[in-house]
Design a protein around this ligand. Structure first.
Ligand SMILES: Nc1ncnc2c1ncn2[C@@H]1O[C@H](COP(=O)(O)OP(=O)(O)OP(=O)(O)O)[C@@H](O)[C@H]1O
Ligand SMILES: [Mg+2]
Length: 231
């Protein structure tokens, strides 16, 4: 089953009187449970591709189907609902809510989805954080956690709604090498345990060892073989 099917996507940013082509004929598929590393230099279009795959940005041209939803024609409201229900995001700079505890940062996801932060949600938040090695940090604020711990809370938040696709944008670039490797191992084992597909953006070739497949991007263009095995 294909979780992400992106075909001939083009993204043009209008900045002043210049057009910047950030993605050009980008075609990529990601299968159920597959971990794909997206490797490329700064400015090559990695964040743009991830944002389009997750419905944070709309493509200028092309088709984007995520978990059977054709999101290329969605309006802003439909995209918000789509994101909440279908994708998880983990960014480079951890964007946890600073005045909420680790546990509460996960419960925000439940509240955004109309939940009331009831018993089931609290149990799920605690279980997830425990699984991520943060069982003893539930009540800590982000400022009381280390960089690696904060990134693990962000992973828990991304997994809270059981998304079929999780998008990671340079998840370890703010961490030192050793902690970065631990976080990557955790990401890999969590994705595999849940059979969840992931795209991990990086410009560090060492990170590709944690992926099933690596797709290269240069100047907004992907490898010709970025299409999935079934296509
Ligand atoms: N909002 C925007 N308006 C205009 N140009 C943009 C915008 N966002 C990105 N760009 C341009 O599009 C290109 C691709 O940017 P993108 O952020 O996708 O690259 P990236 O591969 O994620 O880079 P990095 O590794 O530095 O994060 C770059 O030339 C960038 O300057
Ligand atoms: Mg980027």
């Amino acid at each position: 089953m294909t979780v992400l099917d992106m075909r001939d996507v083009r993204k043009v940013y209008r900045s002043g009187d210049a057009d910047i082509v950030a993605l050009d004929h980008a075609t990529v598929q990601v299968e159920h449970g597959e971990i794909v590393a997206l490797l490329g230099p700064s400015g090559s279009g990695k964040t743009t591709l991830l944002s389009i795959a997750g419905g944070l940005l709309t493509p200028t041209e092309g088709a984007v189907v995520v978990g059977g939803h054709d999101i290329s024609e969605y309006d802003a409201k439909q995209l918000t609902e789509f994101r909440r229900e279908n994708v998880g995001f983990v960014f480079q700079s951890v964007n946890l809510v600073p005045f909420l505890t680790a546990e509460e940062n996960l419960l925000v996801v439940d509240e955004l989805g109309g939940g009331k932060g009831g018993k089931a949600a609290i149990t799920r938040a605690r279980q997830l954080l425990d699984e991520l090695g943060l069982g003893h940090r539930l009540k800590n604020l982000p400022g009381q956690l280390s960089g690696g711990e904060r990134q693990r809370v962000a992973i828990g938040r991304a997994l809270f709604n059981n998304p079929k696709l999780v998008l990671f944008d340079e998840p370890t670039s703010a961490l030192d090498t050793k902690i970065g490797a631990q976080v990557m191992e955790l990401i890999q084992s969590e994705m595999k345990a849940r059979d969840t597909a992931a795209i991990i953006v990086t410009h560090d070739t060492r990170m590709t060892t944690y992926a099933d497949r690596t797709v290269h991007i240069v100047d907004g263009r992907l490898d010709a073989d970025a299409v999935g095995a079934d296509h």
